[in-house]
Design a protein around this ligand. Structure first.
Ligand code: FES
Length: 110
């Protein structure tokens, strides 16, 4: 429980600009919602987080734990677009947890 109350700090890169993010465990349903709200990204996350639209693709580094593993619809959706690299992710499939501490999240335009 105490671990969940600590700040989670990571960096987002959008159009070459580094944006520091400080948040808390579970502050948003997933990373897609955080990015959409905090960066006011319009056509981002169009399927609402189901893992099918691929409008929430990010390139990651430094994510740890279970959050570093693709799950559910994510591998199939990314594979259809030719993204098979482990660090290309659907941000809607990544929860806001301490696994994001120190990570770098780059928003990809596809
Ligand atoms: S919001 Fe549609 S795949 Fe992530």
């Amino acid at each position: 429980m105490e671990k969940e109350l600590k700040n989670i700090n990571f960096t987002v890169i959008e159009n070459g600009i580094q944006i520091p993010i400080t948040t808390r465990h579970g502050s948003y349903p997933n990373l897609m919602y955080l990015l959409k709200e905090e960066l006011q990204l319009e056509s981002f996350g169009e399927c609402g987080g189901v893992g099918r639209c691929a409008t929430c693709v990010v390139k990651t580094s430094g994510i740890t734990g279970n959050s570093a593993v693709k799950d559910r619809n994510e591998p199939a959706t990314l594979s259809k677009l030719g993204f098979n690299e482990a660090n290309i992710r659907l941000s809607c499939q990544i929860y806001i947890t301490a696994d994001l501490n120190g990570a770098e999240i780059k928003i990809l335009e596809i």
